[in-house]
Each structure stands twice: as structure tokens, then as C-alpha cells.
Design a protein around this ligand. Structure first.
Ligand code: ADP
Ligand code: MG
Length: 468
């Protein structure tokens, strides 16, 4: 018998309505539209990915129960993720049956070194499968560690990059990159054992091993690992016993050609209270830092995150976000998640005013220095020239003027060096920047009308600081 999807869904809703409160029902179930039923699979359309994830997290059982009640024990549910900002942008399919990864699932962690004599068990890698190379954007800021990571993933233990030490400020992708290597190895090499753990977890294991008199087993366990990833090794600081055991494990693995990947919030030489012997080993392979992403890379990353959420934003809004969120990729993600939540929960249209509200929550006081990028945008807009022109070689009078003025403002209203300023205007050298500054200053000194123009721009720069 062919069942009508609308009827089935209405029956499901009637059932669900009885089990949950009116408000969440209104928020989470009313916007759903039934699409079709094929082979006992009911397809429903949800507004966006966030919505889908919320349903899966909070209402999966309610949904399952209702669907099975209507369609029988083989009944299943499929989602079409459709629109955001109230426009249709495409269809994704996801199934309730898809396993979900949960971080910090402590209870699932079996401490395998207590399993005696079993060598060939494939252990849980403790990797988060969401961190892959596919969704790791590579730009100037991370090209070096990124390509090293790709090389290692192809030949773990077989490159000169052993250990690989990735360091950089918080939120710049250390964990992502380290885990992407692990996930790639896991996917490509059936027989390689990958293990990811934080320094914190490693330390706890050491403490446990000492307590239970099983340091030897512990060491033997680690010999089974082919790719060992330890995150945030700055936390080894002041833990001499952990350091000692790690030192031994490191030596054993390294000697037998196993790959070691470490991350740290600072360069090995700057680690405090870590044994010199260890620090010198950290420098044996490749020490590579992740730098703060430039504007272009931030835009690319933002695009990736938006694509993942099934969200499309106008260029102007994306520029605004990337101009203001500049030090931390996690914040960039935070903005996207907030925007999705705002548009879904509060039913707000994603326009510049909402974006400003959201960005304001993420940009701390200390970040409130205006950036060279925002100055460029501001000046370009003021003179109505495309911002890309400021980077180009064009000698058109209007463009030259806008370019020189931007450099002047950048010098006076940011702490950027002449070199950085030159770099952000299409790689001009510092003498060109000096020349521009002088040209603007000369005009200010001699041309009152020009001085007025500059003052208007200065005002704009200052207000944009207040309005961040
Ligand atoms: P860290 O370990 O350096 O503090 P993370 O690896 O946790 O930073 O990165 C913070 C967030 O930013 C993560 O969600 C990560 O997926 C994302 N991220 C970092 N670098 C990139 C990149 N190059 N491309 C895409 N996403 C990135
Ligand atoms: Mg990290």
C-alpha cells in the first residue's frame, strides 16, 4: 500500500505533539515539511544543517518512535536540508541512522594497555573524523605545515619530518592539522595504528600507570603505535615524571621509524620547565608554525564553513566578518554558528545589522585596532573603486589617490610596519609606501580641500573603531 507522506507526517506530528512541550514543538517541528515516502523511508525537509543537527541531538528518539509507529519497524527517516536566509540553495541528504561522533566520550575509552598479549587489535584512534584535509583550507599562513602534513600522511615515519611539531596561537588549526594527518593515515593504511591524545590525557595515563604499578605495560602498549599524535605539549611543563616516560616512548618510536606529531602553543625553544633532552628531540624533525590567516584565507575558510552549514551570504557581509574576525579561526566558526542559530531560532534575516551584533560578541576590546584590510575597504568604498584595484598596478589617478590615502591611514591608524602595509597593497616595497605617505602629507600641507577629504576619512576610520 502506498502511503501518503503528508498524512503520515501529520500522524507523526500528532504523536510528537503529545510528547513534547508546545514551544519546542512550534520551533522545531512546525517548520518541517514532508517531501515523500519511498520504500518505508519518509523524507522531511528542514530549513538548514543546524536544524538537522538539533533534531538529531535532541529529538532523535521522539522522531524515530513516531516514524516507526506510522511506517512499521523498518520505517526510516531521511532529511533534506534545504534553505537558509529563506532561500533555497540545494539539497543534502542525511539519515538518522548515520553514526554521530561525540567528543570527550570518556566512557568509551578503553585503556588498551591492560589487554595482555593482544597485539593486532585495531585500537580506537580517538581522532575526530571531522578534521580532514578536505576541509582544511591552505593559504599563505599555513602552507608550510600544511604541505608537510600532507607529505607525512602519505609516508608516515618515512619523511624527514619526524617529529612534526606544529605550533601557533590558539584557534589557528593545530589540532585540526594534526588530526587531519591522523585521519588520512587511518584511511589510507589499513595496518597502521594511529593514536591521538591530549597531553592532559597522556599525563593522566602516566599517573594511572604509576599508581597501578604498570608502567612497563604502558610502555609496551605505546610500542604498538605507528603514528602518535600528542596535542598541546606545552602542558608537559613542570611534569618531570610524565616527561621522563614520554622521553622513553619518543625514543623507542623514533628509533623504529614510527611517526610522532606534536602540537604546542609555542615554539619548542620557548617551552618552560621541559627537560632540555626532550626539547632537543622536538627539534630533530620539522618545527612549523601556523600563522594568523590573511584576509583572503579567512574568506576561503569562511566560505568552507558557510558551505558546511548550507548558508549563503552576500559578499559585503562576508567581507565584514573577515575584516573584523582576524586572529582566530575558531571565532570565525563561532560567528557562523551564531548566525545560523539567530536565523533559525530567532527567525532573523541575516543582514549586516545582525552580523554586526554577532561579530561584536566575538571581537574583544584588545582586537579593536582597525586593520589595514578594513582601511582599504573603507577607502575603496568612499571613492567607489573596487578594493582589488588598490592592490593592482593601475596608475589611474583616482585609484592611485585611494591607494596612497589608504597607506597613509594604515600607517597612522594601525601598528602595521611599512613592510606589512606594502605587502597588503599587492606586494609593494617599503620605499613605495614611504613615497605614498609623503605624497599624501605634501597634499595635506598644501591643499585645504584635500585636507578636508582626509579628515572625512579619518572620521570614518574612527567611527568604524567605535562600531566594531
Ligand atoms: P588550535 O588547536 O590551534 O587551537 P583548532 O585546530 O582547534 O585550533 O582550530 C580551531 C577551529 O578552526 C577548528 O574548528 C578548525 O576546524 C578550524 N580551522 C583551523 N584552521 C583551519 C583551516 N585552515 N581551514 C579550515 N578550518 C580551520
Ligand atoms: Mg588545539
Amino acid at each position: 500500500m502506498i502511503k501518503d507522506h503528508i498524512l503520515v507526517w501529520n500522524n507523526c506530528l500528532a504523536h510528537i505533539r503529545k510528547t513534547i512541550d508546545a514551544q519546542p514543538f512550534k520551533t522545531w517541528f512546525e517548520p518541517i515539511k514532508p517531501v515523500r515516502i519511498i520504500n518505508e523511508v519518509l523524507t522531511i525537509q528542514v530549513p538548514n544543517k543546524f536544524f538537522y543537527e538539533w533534531l538529531e541531538e535532541h529529538y532523535v528518539n521522539v522522531l524515530k518512535k513516531a516514524v516507526k509507529r506510522e511506517l512499521g519497524p523498518n520505517g526510516n527517516l531521511e532529511y533534506n536540508i534545504m534553505v537558509d536566509n529563506h532561500r533555497q540553495i540545494g539539497t543534502h541528504k542525511t539519515k538518522t541512522a548515520e553514526p554521530k561522533f561525540k567528543e570527550n566520550e570518556e566512557s568509551k575509552f578503553i585503556n588498551p594497555f591492560v589487554i595482555p598479549g593482544i597485539k593486532k587489535v585495531k585500537l580506537d584512534t580517538h581522532l575526530n573524523p571531522i578534521y580532514t584535509f578536505d576541509n582544511f583550507v591552505i593559504g599563505d599562513c599555513n602552507k608550510f605545515p600544511g604541505s608537510a602534513g600532507i607529505a607525512i600522511a602519505k609516508k608516515p615515519g618515512g619523511t624527514a619530518f619526524n617529529p612534526l611539531v606544529i605550533y601557533g596561537d590558539v584557534g589557528l588549526g593545530k589540532t585540526h592539522l594534526a588530526q587531519a594527518i591522523g585521519n588520512e593515515v587511518f584511511k589510507t593504511f589499513e595496518d597502521r595504528q594511529v593514536l591521538y591524545l591530549t597531553t592532559e590525557k597522556f599525563t593522566n595515563q602516566v599517573i594511572q600507570a604509576i599508581k597501578s604499578n604498570s608502567v612497563n605495560d604502558f610502555m609496551i602498549f605505546y610500542q604498538m603505535i605507528d603514528v602518535l599524535i600528542i596535542d598541546d605539549i606545552q602542558f608537559l611543563s613542570n611534569r618531570p615524571k610524565t616527561q621522563e616516560i614520554f622521553f622513553n616512548i619518543f625514543n623507542q618510536l623514533h628509533q623504529s621509524g614510527k611517526q610522532i606529531i606534536l602540537t604546542s602553543d609555542r615554539a619548542p625553544k620557548d617551552l618552560t620547565d621541559v627537560d632540555e633532552r626532550l626539547i632537543s628531540r622536538f627539534k630533530w624533525g620539522l618545527v612549523a608554525d601556523l600563522k594568523t590567516p590573511d584576509f583572503e584565507t579567512r574568506l576561503k575558510i569562511l566560505d568552507k564553513k558557510l558551505e558546511k552549514e548550507g548558508l549563503e551570504l552576500p559578499k559585503e557581509i562576508k567581507d565584514y566578518i573577515c575584516i573584523h574576525i582576524k586572529n582566530n579561526i575558531r571565532e570565525l566558526e563561532g560567528v557562523v554558528i551564531s548566525l545560523v542559530a539567530q536565523s533559525t531560532l530567532n527567525k532573523r534575516i541575516i543582514d549586516l545589522s545582525l552580523v554586526k551584533d554577532v561579530v561584536r560578541q566575538f571581537v574583544s576590546q584588545v582586537d579593536r585596532e582597525i586593520s589595514v584590510e578594513s582601511i582599504k575597504h573603507l577607502v575603496a568604498k568612499h571613492f567607489d573603486v573596487p578594493v582589488e584595484k588598490l592592490q593592482s598596478k593601475t596608475r589611474l589617478r583616482d585609484v592611485v589617490m585611494a591607494r596612497q590615502l589608504s597607506m597613509y591611514l594604515a600607517k597612522n591608524y594601525t601598528s602595521s610596519s611599512l613592510k606589512t602595509i606594502g605587502d597588503s597593497f599587492g606586494g609593494r616595497d617599503h620605499s613605495t609606501v614611504i613615497h605614498s605617505l609623503k605624497a599624501v602629507q605634501d597634499l595635506i600641507d598644501t591643499d585645504l580641500l584635500f585636507m578636508d577629504k582626509v579628515n572625512i576619512l579619518v572620521k570614518k576610520v574612527q567611527t568604524s573603531l567605535v562600531n566594531v
